[in-house]
Structures are given as C-alpha cells and as structure tokens.
Ligand binder design. Structure first.
Ligand code: 9MR
Length: 464
C-alpha cells in the first residue's frame, strides 16, 4: 500500500491523540516506549545474539572432537547449548544390560559446564542405536529394560540437563499418521507415556521433549505428533517440549508453514525447540533458508532455542551437503552471517565477527543505512515510526524489513510502500523520499493491530 503523506500526517496525529487519551484513562502503560538502534549493541556471537531475546543457540558435539583446537575454539566462542551427538544414546550408555558407561557423555557435560552452556540430553528411547542386547528383547522384558534405562540415565544426569529428548522418532513417515512399527511400539501403545513418566520421576527439573523429523510443516506425521501432545496434555502425561529436527535439503526444503507449525504446537502449551538444524546447499540460497528458520523461532515466543547438528561442514553426518554454518576450515559461511544478522534483528554486528584462526566472511552489503524504531502502543494496537539514517554515502533508495510479533498486522502505512501485513513486512521508500543525503535521515510509519514490533529492523539501501 502507498499512502499520501499529507493524509497520513492527519491520520497519525489523531491516532497519537487517541494514545494520549488512552494513557490518561490509565488503560495502557506505554508512551513512546521504544527506541532501538542496533548497530552499537548487536552481539557478535550466535550464543550472545540469541541470549538477547532469552534464547539459546546450540550445537551437537562429538566427544572425540574436543581435542581439535579449531572445533573447541568455535564451540567455546559461539554456543550456549550442547547436545551430545551420539554419546547419550542407548548403545553408548548401556552397552550391556544394567552396565552403564558414561565416560564420553560426561566429557561433553563437563565441557558444557566449563563454558557456561546447558545440555540437551539426546535420546533416552529410540528405535535406532540400540545395543544388541536390547534388540534381542521383546514384550515385558523390553518394556522393563527401556524403563530402567530411562530411569538410570536420567538419574545419573539429574539436575544437569536442560531438556531431554525422552522419545525420538516414534512416528512413521508418509501419510498414515501411525506410530512407527518398532520393537518399542510392539511393547504397547502406551510405551511413550511410560517413558515420559519415568523420566519425570528421575529428573523432575529437566524439560521433557518429544523429538522428530519430517514434522517441520503441517502434514500427516506432524498432525499425529500434535494429537499425541494434545492427548498427553489433556491426561496429565508429563511433556514440556517438542523438538523439530529440521534437517533440510533440496528434496525437503524449509516448509512454507514452518513458523505456523511451530506456533500451533506452542499453542498446546509446550515449549518448541529446533533441535538438529542443518540445511544442505551453499551461498545465498542456504543463507536465506537459515535466516527463515531463525526468524521463525524468533517470531514464536515459545521457541526457546536453535541447535545446529554440528559445527563445521566436515563435522556433519551429511558432510557432502555442506549443511552447517562453518566450512571445513572453521571459517564462517554466509549462512553464519545470515543467522547472526537475523538474531540481531537484521543488524550487522558493529565488530566484524571473527573465529580464532580463521578469517571472517565479509558481511553482505546493506550497512549503508540504519533504521531505528519507536512505538506508541496501546492495548491491541500500535503506531510505529521508523527513522532511516544514511551512512557516509547518500542514498538513492532504501527499504526496511520489520518483523512483527505473531498475531500482529499492519493496517496502514505512510511515507513508504509496504508489502505484506504480517510476519516480515517490507517497507520501501515512496517516490518522494528515496533520496537521503549522507548522514541525513527520513521517517516513515505504520499502524497495526496486536503487539508492536520490538526487533531492530533491517535496512538496505541503494547508493548514489
Ligand atoms: O549425527 C548422528 C550420526 O553421527 C549417527 O551416525 C547417526 C546414527 O543414527 O545419528 C545421527 O544423529 C541423528 C540423531 O540422533 C537423530 N535424528 C537424526 C540424526 C541424523 O541421523
């Protein structure tokens, strides 16, 4: 929508008058609430940037790689959550029945503790990576062995785990919406809830998650998981979170309803977590997909963090697809910069990020302008004013993307041409205000319903 500035001035004034009146009536607590200018404050690591919105940024870690200096350096610098990639699985922790082996998992937990990071425990009950003694059991013997395993391992790590993947990948792929026909499933349909109850009893403070893949958009499989979570919530079966593995590639790209799917689970009253993120590809396409996933998490209040499934491409379980944020040398990829920028609300960090021993990827162009945002908000609506300031060069055009909180929508805009009304809304200059002198500024605004945006908007410019 393009709006006439004169008309808007009138509109805006009357709206602001309305705000003042509402404040005077005492029904809202917000005046000129928020001015954010991101450049100086933008954090320069994934963990610190995620922490700015109360989230974590994690990675899968392999114990045997902790002696690799490049790997350890990136781990220490960038991440605030750690998932043992294989070391807490059943074959690793209980290689013989009732004989537990925690050496490698403990190494990862103490590494996490030493760097002030938390741990996602992965995974207590899964049809894969079972030791051979488990594969020879069935019926009650298998059920009891599973419950004993859950109890013993969760007790060993009691108080040290932020969230456990209690049950992993228990639903079938395809359109059936059925449970996966595993040896655990054959012990009875209630095996999942039995595992969750045992985990709660063993470690009452750990969040208990169900974790799966191909559940990242709305489909028969995710619908079946959704129904299970809804059922567990209604019957008081302990479940606190759902993990979305988010393994993406050309055949299985980020679904268009990714954020909506996270949100519908969140609306059931569980935390949602992105637990094993990797996206095959390279360059801008890969970077854009990473940004979309990151922004989706930021847009869902109950999405408390993102974990990537490894550090460097060479650390990945599918290394040939180069799906991670650092290349094989430990150098930051475009995807890294894109995630960091998204976590920072679209603002490039003031100090170029650097990885010990490796050059940083040059930031994409777009630092030629900055945008600051101020809100007048009331219960159910807001007016936002955005100031666009040119850097050391004059601008011939600009655009600003503002990400609205879930449920918010733009109803009108002035001094700009807007595209979209929800989510990431783009505002480009109107015909008369694209030119901004070096160091100069211009303002545009919009009105909306719902909660006002609070993230520093991303500004891009054409120069000249
Ligand atoms: O990354 C893990 C790889 O090293 C193992 O060989 C593999 C064995 O099943 O498991 C990988 O991790 C999986 C995770 O535990 C559950 N979701 C799928 C992951 C990739 O297969």
């Amino acid at each position: 929508m393009t709006l006439d500035p004169a008309r808007h001035r009138g509109r805006r004034t009357s709206r602001l008058r309305g705000v003042v009146l509402t404040v005077a009536a005492g029904t809202v607590a917000v005046g000129a609430a928020l001015t954010l200018s991101g450049t100086a404050d933008a954090a320069t690591t994934l963990g610190a940037s995620a922490a700015a919105s109360g989230r974590y940024f994690g990675t899968a870690v392999a114990a045997y790689k902790l002696s690799d200096a490049t790997y350890l350096g990136i781990l220490n610098t960038e991440f605030t959550m750690v998932t043992p990639e294989n070391e807490m699985k059943w074959d690793a922790t209980e290689p013989a029945q009732n004989s537990f082996s925690y050496t490698n998992a403990d190494r990862i937990v103490s590494q996490a503790t030493s760097m002030g990071a938390r741990v996602r425990g992965h995974a207590l009950a899964w049809h894969q990576q079972q030791p051979s003694w488990v594969q020879s059991l069935s019926g009650t013997a298998l059920r009891n062995a599973m419950l004993n395993h859950v109890t013993q391992v969760a007790t060993h790590y009691r108080g040290q785990i932020y969230a456990w993947d209690v049950v992993n990948e228990a639903f079938a792929d395809g359109g059936s919406g059925a449970r996966r026909d595993s040896n655990l499933q054959q012990t009875g349909n209630d095996w999942i809830e039995a595992a969750f109850r045992a985990a709660r009893a063993a470690d009452p403070n750990a969040k208990l998650c169900y974790n799966d893949y191909n559940t990242d958009g709305q489909n028969a499989k995710s619908n079946a998981v959704y129904a299970m979570v809804q059922d567990f919530k209604s019957r008081g079966v302990p479940i606190d979170c759902v993990g979305f593995q988010s393994h993406f590639n050309a055949q299985s790209p980020v679904p268009s309803d990714y954020q909506a799917n996270l949100q519908r689970f969140a609306d059931l009253g569980v935390e949602v977590q992105i637990t094993e993120l990797d996206i095959e590809g390279s360059g801008t396409a890969q970077a854009d997909s990473y940004a979309r996933v990151t922004q989706a998490c930021l847009n869902v209040t109950a999405c408390k963090g993102i974990t990537v499934w490894g550090i460097r491409d060479s650390d990945s379980w599918r290394a040939s697809g180069t799906p991670l944020l650092f290349d094989g040398n430990g150098t930051k990829k475009q995807a890294y910069t894109s995630v960091l920028t998204t976590l920072n609300g679209g603002t490039e960090p003031s100090t170029p990020p650097s990885t010990p021993g490796s050059p940083s990827t040059p930031p994409p162009s777009g630092g030629a302008c900055t945008a600051t945002l101020s809100n007048n908000a009331w219960n159910g609506g807001f007016v936002t004013t955005v100031k666009v300031t040119a850097g050391s060069s004059a601008l011939s055009g600009w655009s600003v993307t503002v990400t609205l909180p879930s449920g918010a929508a733009v109803t009108s805009a002035w001094n700009s041409q807007s595209s979209g009304t929800t989510g990431a809304v783009r505002f480009a200059n109107a015909s008369y205000n694209g030119r901004v002198t070096a160091g100069g500024s211009t303002e545009f605004g919009f009105q909306g319903t719902g909660t006002a945006p609070s993230i520093v908007p991303a500004c891009t410019a054409s120069l000249g």
